[in-house]
Design a protein around this ligand. Structure first.
Ligand code: AMP
Ligand code: ZN
Ligand code: ZN
Length: 499
């Protein structure tokens, strides 16, 4: 019955099509068959010819435009510059464009290698060929333009935000160096007493979920806390003299262990290109050398994983904590210029630059200090005063999330990109690099590149704040994470659905 109905309707359609085509087919001999045409008819014919020509021209133009669009889509896909899908793009379009997650081939459960290359500013990859990092970029997913660090864009607050999904005011490591106002003790890099380190870092979450985590350095990873105990063979205490090659080889060796001893999460940390960036600034040939060295380490890791036949199964997240910007000694705000409005002793400044963090003693009125600083800055007598913005911490822009901790100093000064604060003038005239500035500056954005079975190939996603990385890793490993300041927008957008 259904078949008959189909054949009737298709026959009808064929007949109709044939009828429409007949006059056109016979048009060459139309004068012999049909009587002569009137003027109006001739005019109509001319009109129709023009219409036909116009339609033809329009068709050709549309075809050319379509070809250009197709070529553009092909090449932008090939080179990873395709239109950036927004975070709220629905999963259907993600599937359509990026396909499904690849099933694991050699491993029985997911594994994540989280690599931090300190101070790797977004855009360094344009300076010099980086074949190994580009292999991850072109076959993986990259944040463009980079990832957004938390404020202040310093090493310790950012590494610990990546590890916990918390803003510094929540995880407690509000800077590289600061004073606890209650105990009056000082924090600085190297302090591993757990009382400073709040929140649950991802290595602790992994262990809490019954899996194994390993860390080859990460700020906070050598703090024994909860179920996490920093000891061999899965954790070692920070020692910057360990050669980069040894760090990579140790990570690779974990994949030779029997499955029940193999870590699900491994962190790997390199001090470069931050170290070089501080010495020479962001735009110097030495930076190219430093990033080439990191590229070689990435190559060593990829080749090692390839040789063990697990490269396709491992999720590699290559990121950094912040960017870097050049500084030079003519871009300085001197606190000595604030006199006679106010004299600021050095020990009020918990931090000086690029974050000016002032904590006057308890018998000094903070609001009065702030007023006096504001008057000094508005006086026209302080050199470069327009490049320093001072706030009571509760008045800082909400986007910085930098007020809800006793450890944050009551008065915060933010300097313009590339500027520094110093106590007084000296004869030193140096140029170098710094970070710690407003996290909105593009120069402070670090890289984020992710490669693995759940990441689209040659895909670009919009920038996101690094507090999203915790939930991303928890999702890849399929573990229950701890409460944090992040959302699941990165995990939902960047991770491809399983079939
Ligand atoms: P920054 O002053 O913000 O540039 O900090 C970068 C420095 O932090 C690096 O040069 C490292 O020497 C140091 N660093 C990195 N990780 C650790 C760690 N886990 N423990 C102590 N210091 C570290
Ligand atoms: Zn750093
Ligand atoms: Zn640094």
């Amino acid at each position: 019955m259904g078949h008959a109905a189909l054949s009737i309707s298709s026959t009808g359609a064929a007949e109709e099509a044939q009828q429409n085509l007949l006059p056109l087919k016979s048009s060459s001999s139309s004068s012999e068959i049909f009587p002569a045409k009137s003027e109006t008819e001739q005019q109509r014919d001319v009109d129709m010819q023009w219409r036909a020509r116009f339609s033809f021209a329009f068709g050709v133009a549309a075809t050319i435009v379509a070809c250009i669009a197709l070529a553009f889509a092909f090449f932008s896909h090939r080179y990873g510059n395709q239109t950036i899908p927004s975070f709220d793009s629905d999963s259907d379009s993600v599937v359509g464009r990026w396909g499904f997650a690849r099933p694991l081939k050699s491993l029985n459960k997911p594994a994540v290698i989280l690599i931090s290359t300190d101070g790797f500013r977004y855009g360094y990859h344009w300076k010099v060929p980086l074949p190994n990092i580009n292999r991850l970029r072109f076959n993986g997913t990259e944040a463009v333009p980079g990832m957004i660090p938390v404020y202040p864009s310093l090493t310790f607050p950012n590494h610990y935000s990546i590890a916990t999904g918390l803003y510094p005011a929540w995880h407690g490591i509000i800077s590289n160096v600061f004073t606890d106002p209650t105990s009056e003790e000082k924090f600085h890099p190297g302090i591993i007493d757990q009382k400073w380190w709040l929140g649950e870092p991802i290595w602790e979450s992994v262990v809490r979920n019954g899996l194994i985590a390993a860390t080859f350095f990460w700020p906070g990873s050598d703090v024994s806390k909860g179920l996490w105990n920093c000891s061999l063979p899965y954790c070692r205490h920070y020692n910057q003299s360990v050669p980069f090659e040894d760090r990579v080889d140790t990570v690779l060796a974990y994949f030779d262990l029997p499955e029940e001893q193999r870590p699900s999460l491994i962190t790997l940390y390199f001090e470069e290109p931050d170290h070089t960036g501080h010495q020479v600034g962001a735009d110097d040939p030495h930076i190219s050398e430093a990033i080439t060295r990191i590229d070689q380490m990435v190559g060593r890791l990829i080749d090692g994983l390839d040789a063990k036949n697990v490269f396709d199964d491992v999720s590699i997240i290559l990121l950094s904590d912040h960017g870097m910007v050049g500084t030079c000694d003519k871009k300085i705000i001197y606190l000595e210029d604030f006199e006679p409005w106010i004299s600021i002793p050095r020990d009020w400044a918990d931090e000086l630059s690029p974050v000016l963090g002032l904590r006057p003693p308890s018998d000094v009125d903070v609001k009065e200090v702030y007023q006096n600083i504001t008057e000094a800055l508005n006086s026209g007598k302080v050199a470069n005063s327009e490049f320093l913005q001072v706030y009571l911490k509760e008045d800082l822009p909400a986007r910085l999330h930098y007020s809800k901790s006793e450890r944050i100093q009551p008065i915060i000064g933010m300097v313009a990109e590339g500027y520094k604060v110093e106590m007084k003038r000296s004869s030193a005239k140096e140029c170098g690099g710094a970070h710690g500035y407003d996290n909105e500056f593009l120069s402070m954005h670090p890289i984020f590149i992710a490669h693995g079975p759940q990441f689209g190939s040659g895909r670009q996603i919009p920038s996101f704040t690094n507090i999203e990385v915790y939930n991303l890793i928890a999702s890849i490993l399929n573990i229950e994470g701890a409460a944090n300041n992040g959302t699941f927008s990165l995990a939902n957008t960047a991770l491809l659905p399983s079939r």
